[in-house]
Design a protein around this ligand. Structure first.
Ligand code: NDP
Ligand code: MG
Length: 390
């Protein structure tokens, strides 16, 4: 396998750190060219010392300056421009270029679009990018012959199940859901849950925003929209099922009723590595192997939209299309932010989202400027709104 250049957006996060693990385990296969991160400067400095990237972007200018003083040989940037530069940096070699988008939220959209325009392949963890503007991203990827390689475990699973298959022979995608931290609670019990309870996911260790999204089941909703764009299937052929063990990462049913599933331990380094090595498969150096006899039993349960209204909101937003998924995503990001700051209760998240999607007048086929403006507008609205208590 020829060496690949890796541009890592969100290097200090959960996916970012695990991507660095894969790179560290395979120094002959990958070179880390750029990194970006937000506010975890100490963690960022450790990464720079170890991997010596050529360019580093931070959220604030003062952190960029600090890095420049510590590492004068490294180019630095900050803010939105820095993030874009990290995604489009010129390495001046002939290796394949892969941008891993592991930032959280719609901030990943513009750098991803710029990287696609430059012809860099994308390892996509940042699902909000496809939810907020899937129509723009997929069209640009096709025009620029760019591969969008899924890192989200469900989509990586489906991608593997589809390997060598004729896409026209797919009946439906079946996305599995662990159920998140509150899967065994009733809606009545959800009234009293705390931030600490919500951040305690039973199977996966992830960033704060996606852990809350898993508890509300919005994560599965975002994944349904993500799957719609990645695999070009209508929403009625994308289903979800509760599977609490997170062993089957997702499945594809074909027209002959055969179902192909991808299984594995809940370790994000496996799908990350699959995207990094694609189209090859390489040895996973530190991952545990799946032991089905030890697990013994796999459980499945039908999804209940009354219990998980956010999943229904996402299906509806996806089906309505146009600017509606942008509104869904922005309202969710802002509401989860408020919850994490302790300003609203858990069940207020869904109320705030509902208020926004209910009152939105859909704009069909929004361009990038419209998407970005709407994203900001909805986030500002949600952050300043009083919740109408019913
Ligand atoms: P984390 O919160 O752990 O990490 C987010 C990263 O993005 C950090 O490096 C953070 O920097 C950086 N960041 C945050 N905001 C900004 C900003 N405005 N500008 C620049 N950088 C920023 O998130 P996760 O790794 O959990 O998730 C990343 C993405 O991957 C999300 O879209 C999530 O939905 C998706 N995903 C995650 C999975 C997981 O297992 N974690 C599984 C599947 C998908 P810092 O921390 O330094 O402030
Ligand atoms: Mg997932």
């Amino acid at each position: 396998m020829n060496k690949k250049n890796i541009y890592l957006l969100g290097a200090t996060g959960s996916i970012g750190t695990q991507t660095l693990d894969v790179i560290d385990n395979n120094p002959d296969k990958y070179e880390l060219i750029t990194i970006s991160f937000g506010r975890q400067i100490d963690k960022g400095i450790e990464i720079i010392k170890k991997f010596k990237p050529k360019f580093v972007s931070t959220m604030d200018s003062k952190d960029a300056l600090k890095i420049k003083l510590l590492f004068p040989e490294i180019e630095v940037g900050f803010g939105d421009e820095g993030l874009i530069h990290a995604a489009t940096y010129d390495s001046y070699n002939s290796n394949e270029n892969l941008v891993v988008t592991a930032v959280v939220g719609s901030v990943g959209l513009t750098p991803t679009i710029k990287a696609i325009k430059k012809g860099y392949n994308i390892g996509l963890a940042n699902k909000e990018t496809l939810v907020t503007a899937g129509h723009l991203v997929m069209k640009l990827a096709e025009e620029n012959h760019v591969k969008i390689l899924p890192i989200d475990s469900e989509h990586a699973a489906i991608f593997q199940c589809l390997n060598g298959e004729d896409p026209s022979k797919v009946e439906q995608l079946i996305i599995t859901a662990s159920g998140g931290s509150f899967r065994d609670k009733t809606r009545e019990e959800l009234v009293y849950v705390t931030i600490k309870d919500a951040l305690n996911h039973p199977n996966w260790s992830m960033g704060a925003k996606i852990t809350i999204d898993s508890a509300t089941m919005m994560n599965k909703g975002l994944e349904v929209i993500e799957a719609h764009w990645l695999f070009n299937l209508p929403y009625e052929r994308i289903s979800t099922i509760l599977h609490k063990e997170s062993v089957i990462h997702s499945m594809v049913e074909f027209i002959d009723t055969a179902v192909i599933a991808q299984l594995g331990t809940p370790d994000m380094r496996i799908p990350i590595q699959y995207a990094l090595a694609y189209p090859e498969r390489i040895v996973s150096k530190n991952s545990r192997r799946l032991n089905l006899a030890e697990i013994g039993k796999l459980n499945f349960k039908e999804m209940d939209y009354n219990r998980f209204p956010c999943l229904k909101f996402a299906y509806d937003a996806g089906i309505k299309g146009g600017s509606m998924p942008t509104v869904l995503n922005a309202a969710n990001e802002a509401a989860v932010g408020l919850f994490l700051q302790g300003k609203i209760k858990f069940l207020d998240i869904e109320k705030l989202i509902y208020q926004q999607i209910e009152s939105h007048h859909i704009i069909s086929n929004p361009d990038l400027e419209t998407v970005l403006a709407l994203d900001q507008e909805i986030k500002a609205k949600v952050s300043s709104l009083q919740i109408e208590r019913s």
